[in-house]
Design a protein around this ligand. Structure first.
Ligand code: GLU
Length: 504
């Protein structure tokens, strides 16, 4: 049965959105757009213990920054709301009652202490068909007593009654056929009277059903829950509208085995969050891609290729190109190593694609922070000279500072290697030569200076390296005549005089 494509991103607001979650959102978005479908945003906040203030706003801002647009749900509204699960209590209660009436679920009074004691007593204890009749629940306790206990205010949970020894088949769009025997599942808690809220499983299924979700695209960590979800669909009689599942591969550590964690980012120096995150509980600040200077297009491109690639070796994709090229069939089953150096490479690619005017615009505020006000044209020209050398706009300062201000100190290493015994003499003579030159254009200077070096039989490298140290303060920077061209005759001579004074 083909249905309109409707996918959802359903994060729990338990902290900053992890970069893996961003990829999940992106794949959902690409799939929805490609199929002319819709992308929903639902907040799964039924676990009040793990709720973190600010997390929902953070999720919305992250998606906005990245250009992942939501068609329905949190932040946009729609006809299937509310889209925050904590506001849907009454809806879930109705479905919990239905399962109880149909004998597909039961009420259990076992306290946490009793369950703990049972676990201590029985190795690998699991609340299931083999043990449920030894527990304190409505399958064992007479109905009148169950009613009385509830009327007396005793807390309870509702458990799903999983029938044992049945193969549950699941067709995953990425993993193919998955078969799981129901005997390994436990009787999952679906509802807790204590907070009058359902657990993730019940709320997730009911909402996917009511919100007419056609495809569930989510992280691999949810694959173990999928068989239970299939059983829930069946218990409700919703098999024919059960969404198709696609479980995405994990993002792995850059340098080893296992799942990428925040600690890997701290250890190796890269963000694992889209935006900077201020943890309201601990007060710690974690870096974000945005604040680290990444372009959102680069982050999107980078993430899209972590776990998916098209045929061929094309690597640079705009969002529209991704929407065209993406397919779940080409998402890999194996985990994707998080190669953050590649992330920088993507940023570099997007940076050099920008024209000099755009880059100047982005760079001017940074110049200003360094106390420099320069005309846009000049900044654009200078940025054009060095953009190939940087991955981030902020790195432009290091590459261009000497265009805007004279060096105040000289790099030790460069001096050791490039400032020779004869250098003061060379620079002194070159100063005399340049004082007499009126046409300070690159072509003319090159002609004049090369002729002088040849006449004196000096080494070109020796002289030019020392000259560079005078202008830049180190043995780096773009072509020397590009520098003199930009700073002009007076400044060039002044820097040479200063260097002679300081370095002789
Ligand atoms: N609330 C779950 C999460 O935080 C959603 C899992 C799902 O997409 O079904 O990832």
């Amino acid at each position: 049965m083909s249905r309109p494509v409707r996918v959802r991103f359903a994060p729990s607001p338990t902290g900053a959105l992890h970069i893996g979650g961003v990829r999940t959102a992106l794949y959902n978005y690409l799939f929805a757009r490609q199929n002319g479908g819709q992308m929903l945003l639902r907040i799964e906040d039924t676990d009040s213990n793990r709720f973190v203030p600010g997390a929902e706003e953070y999720i919305i801002e992250s998606l906005q920054w990245l250009g992942i647009k939501i068609d329905e749900g949190i932040s946009v509204g729609g006809e299937n709301g509310p889209y925050r699960q904590s506001e849907r209590r009454e809806i879930y209660k109705k479905y919990v009652r239905q399962l109880l009436l149909d004998g597909k679920a039961y009420i259990a009074f076992d306290t946490p202490q009793e369950l703990e004691a049972k676990r201590a007593e029985v190795a690998n204890f699991q609340y299931d068909a083999s043990t449920r009749m030894q527990m304190r629940n409505s399958l064992v306790i007479p109905e009148a007593e169950v009613r009385q206990r509830i009327a007396d205010g005793e807390q309870y949970v509702v458990r799903f009654k999983v029938e044992p020894n049945e193969d549950i088949h699941l067709h995953d769009l990425i993993r193919g056929e998955v078969v799981i025997n129901s005997s390994i599942l436990d009787d999952k808690v679906l509802y807790k009277s204590a907070d009058e809220l359902p657990t993730y499983h019940l709320a997730n299924i009911v909402d996917d059903y009511l919100m007419k979700i056609s495809h569930v695209i989510r992280g691999e960590e949810w694959l173990p829950s999928a068989p239970l979800h299939v059983l829930l669909y069946r218990a409700f009689g919703w098999e024919d509208v059960m969404p198709q599942f696609a479980h995405l591969p994990l993002l792995l550590k850059p340098d080893g085995n296992g799942k990428l964690s925040k600690r890997d980012g701290d250890r190796l120096g890269f963000p694992v969050f889209p935006l900077e995150w201020h943890d309201p509980k601990t007060g710690t600040i974690s870096s974000g891609y945005r604040e680290s200077g990444y372009f959102p297009e680069a982050v999107i491109n980078f993430l899209a290729l972590l776990g998916w690639h098209a045929e061929g070796d094309k690597e640079l994709y705009t969002m529209d190109e991704l929407i065209n090229a993406f397919s779940l069939q080409r998402v890999s089953k194996a985990g994707a190593k998080f190669d953050f150096e590649k992330g920088k490479w993507f940023n570099h690619q997007y940076l050099i694609q920008k024209n000099n005017d755009e880059l100047a615009q982005l760079f001017m505020p940074i110049l200003k922070e360094h106390g420099i006000e320069a005309p846009h044209d000049k900044v654009a020209r200078i940025v054009g000279l060095v953009k190939e050398r940087v991955n981030f706009v902020k790195e432009l300062w290091y590459e261009t500072c000497f265009f805007f201000e004279a060096p105040t100190e000289y790099d030790e290493k460069s001096l050791k290697k490039r400032w020779k015994e004869d250098s003061p003499k060379h620079i002194n003579e070159l100063l005399n030569v340049l004082e007499g030159v009126d046409d300070f254009s690159a072509e003319n200077l090159d002609k004049v200076v090369m002729a002088w070096i040849a006449e004196k039989e000096y080494g070109v490298g020796v002289v030019m390296n020392a000259f560079r140290i005078c202008l830049v303060g180190a043995a780096r920077g773009p072509h020397i005549w590009a520098i003199t061209d930009e700073i002009g005759k007076e400044e060039t001579l002044a820097r040479m005089r200063t260097a002679l004074k300081k370095l002789s």
